[in-house]
Every structure is written in C-alpha cells, then in structure tokens.
Design a protein around this ligand. Sequence first.
Ligand SMILES: Nc1ncnc2c1ncn2[C@@H]1O[C@H](COP(=O)(O)OP(=O)(O)O)[C@@H](O)[C@H]1O
Ligand SMILES: [Mg+2]
Length: 323
Amino acid sequence: MSTFTPSDIAALGKVGVLFGGRSAEREISLISGNGVLGALKSKGVDAHAFDPAERSLADLAAEKFDRVFIALHGRYGEDGSLQGALEQLGIPYTGSGVMASAVGMDKITTKIVWLAHGVPTPRYAVIGDQADLDRVVADLGLPLIVKPPLEGSTIGITKVTDASQLKAAVELARRYDKVVLAEQFIAGREFSVPVLGAGADARALPIIEIVAPEGNYDYQNKYFKDDTKYYCPAPLDEDITAAIKAHVENAYRALGCEGWGRVDVLLRASDNAPFLLEVNTSPGMTSHSLVPMAARAEGTSYEDLCVRILASASLKLGQPKKA
Ligand SMILES: Nc1ncnc2c1ncn2[C@@H]1O[C@H](COP(=O)(O)OP(=O)(O)O)[C@@H](O)[C@H]1O
Ligand SMILES: [Mg+2]
C-alpha cells in the first residue's frame, strides 16, 4: 500500500471525525471514532472530533471541514441519511454514497440486488403482518434464522429449530422492524471480508474466520466474550479463498459501495458453497476491529489504514452548484 508524504497529509486539510451519534451502536462508534481520531492525529492530520448527537449538522459547514471520516455505525450514520446531508453541504466523506449506504442498511433489499447479480445469499422469506408462518417453514426448512432487516450487531436474531418457536422469534424481530426477514440456516464456517476501493478498483483484503465456541448468532458471545477467535488470513484452500473474494467484490460492486466496507460470509460445511449475508458500509474501526485486522495481515498499520480511507473521501453526486 502506498505511503503518504507530509504534503499528502497537509492536502487532506481540516478533517472532521464523525463518531458517537444516536444509534444503538453508539458505544462501539465512540471507540471506533476515538481510535480513528488518535490515528489520524498521530500521522499529522488536522483532525477534530464531531459527535452528531451533541451538535447540529449545520455546524459541519460552520467548522469548514475539508472532508469528514464517518466512524458512525447503524441508523443516522450508516444508512444514507447523513451521506445525503453531506452531499447537500458539499463536504467530501468516507465510504459509500447515499444509495449504497441505504441499500446496505436493509438486508432484504441487499439480497434482491445480489440475486439480480448472481451473488449467492441464503434463500429467504419476507414476513409481514399477514404471513403464513407454516408456509415459511415449508419453504425454507428447519432450522431457519429470523432477523430484523435493518438492525446490526446480531440484535433481535433467533435461530429457529422447531416450527413452534417461529412466532416468538418473529415477535422479537418485530420489536425492531415492521417487516421481518427469515433465512434458510447455513450450517458451516463464518467469515468476514473487508473491501477497500470502488468500482473496478475494489479489492478484498485477507479473509477473517470468526470462531465463536457456542455458535455465532449471539451478540454477547460475539462482541463481549474473549473466547471468540479470529484467524486472518483464514485457513482456506487457495481456490476457495479466491472464490469467496470474487463473490465479495462482485457483491460490493453490485451495491455500488465505495471507499471501504465489510461483507459477512458463511461457507456451507456440506459442500463448501459460500453464502453472503450482508454488507457493513461503515464497519467497526477500533484497533481490534476486523478491517484493521485484515489490513495488518497485509502489512498495513491501523494508522496508515485510517489515512488511506480518509484520502478516499469524496462527494459521490458531484460538487453542488453554488447558489
Ligand atoms: N442464514 C444464516 N445461517 C446461519 N447463521 C446465520 C444466518 N444469518 C445470520 N447468521 C448468524 O447471525 C450473525 C448475524 O447475522 P447478520 O446477517 O450478519 O446480521 P448483523 O451482523 O447485522 O446482526 C451472523 O454473523 C451469523 O453468525
Ligand atoms: Mg453481520
């Protein structure tokens, strides 16, 4: 990866690091944002903290930031709404634009786009108010997974092993979103694959395998227990590694993602078939997070990764005309 000279750093100008925010993932965002802020400052970037939960977005223009690094997760930071505001203000920002952010936030729309592009993703059903739950079980088989399509961090997800559990699982997911997503359960290994870049230049970083002792669909397990293990580069045959990376890059481009992102993947144990679950368009960016882990496996430090992502900040809709 290329290194940045002092004049490259100076050219980045005054930088706002947006973190905190109002979503359920505020706590993780605070850690991500403080990490990014410290890393950018250590590289000589003129970086400043900005918490949208504490300040009005109008202040972004008043601060005269030349660009912003978005280290917010979830609603209001990752879902396209902030990206739209930044487009209107004419402030270049890291990561995906309005549409890719909004689509990436919705697991159902993501799957529809992916299926149109030949990206493998688990078979699914959309459960609205009037859904025939017996039909869902007949279509998808058991076990199946029920999740709220707009949440992150494994919130509201249930593995249903018996048809009698489906109603309660749907009710739990409905606490978060009106419409609920049910998916065929894929038994196998779990991976996450960071991607940097945009369009034809989008490239997957080394694949990370995630091994949680009691299964992966548990928030506590995955994020707060020490016994989840990560292996990067994932111990996989070369041909499977290449196939997963190709699907991930195709999936990222299909959604029009830019800058950076991370795609969650399952590899079915019975036949090594990959299934893509979702894309995170503003992934965790603490020094222990997965994207920095994969970058390190390629010899890129956390600090250099932060600068590289920042340098890719852009306006995706073009410069607005001055009134
Ligand atoms: N179809 C599925 N089959 C097996 N496990 C699943 C499936 N969908 C989700 N999971 C498990 O639940 C976790 C969270 O699901 P995911 O779709 O990535 O949502 P999020 O990370 O936004 O909460 C996954 O990392 C995986 O461990
Ligand atoms: Mg996920």
